[in-house]
Design a protein around this ligand. Sequence first.
Ligand code: GLV
Length: 312
Amino acid sequence: MAILLNNYGSDNGQWQEALAELLPAMPVYTYPDIPDPDAIKYALVWNHPKGDLQTYKNLRCILSLAAGMEHLMNDPELPDVPMVSLGDPAMSRDMANYALYWLMDIHRNFDHYREQQANKNWLRIDTTITDEYKVLVLGLGRIATLVSQTIQQAGFDMKAWDFKEKQVEGIDSYAGEEALKSLLPEADVIISCLALNERSQQLIDNDFLQQVKKGASIINISRGGIIDEAALLDSLDSDHLHRAVLDVVAVEPLPESHVFWTHPKVRITPHMSGPTYARSAAKVIIANITRMEDGQDPQPIFDRNRGKQAPD
Ligand code: GLV
């Protein structure tokens, strides 16, 4: 019995060390060095080669090394075993702090103050009272919930929206297309935490952006595919949107020639809002493997039909 580790070649040493420390009894085979494919029972993967997972005939569970699951759903030959998304609290915390950092940067005009310092200019800029500044979080999954709670605790006027109704204690939440239509014209900052799937693909398109209030900003910490980038550029260039903070983009790494790199209203970070820390994530993964070895279900099992366009 063995674990397959295929993290797209990243941090193999750290992962091996963390896994061996937590579960020394189970050998870890690091892709592509697989001495015995039939021994593999658990696959820990991120961006694996399509079709590879179906070669392990005793595979019992696929454990994602990322919170997002589209890297698995893109594989047309995925074996029919449970799949588990990575729910690492260290990652969610960093993402929530990232969102709050940029929200505050936008709300308090820190960009202007950086420019003012360069010009030795001592001038205060008027700003909206924090509890009147409206933030809309798109998504109400695990990460979005912590993002929403963090923003709410910082005193902003927080609302969360998702495709389907979800209740989270203390969060003012909404669902469905009609609700979104009424929320978009109000929000000062919109933060996307949505998982990428058929339903969310390019949700932020021309039509969406036209409904957004003039002067609003967008922060994307989930997946680039949520945004129609041409429509976003139009909205920024026509001075409708104030700013776009993009930790994720449609093509990663962002090509050198892409206009986002130099656009004055775009802030780019290289998909770092929620890093996967091997030491912390390995604890979550090994807890799931231990659970399965004890005959229990891992958490959270991913619903492969989630976000499919067909009515659900
Ligand atoms: C990173 O983007 C992740 O999905 O964990």
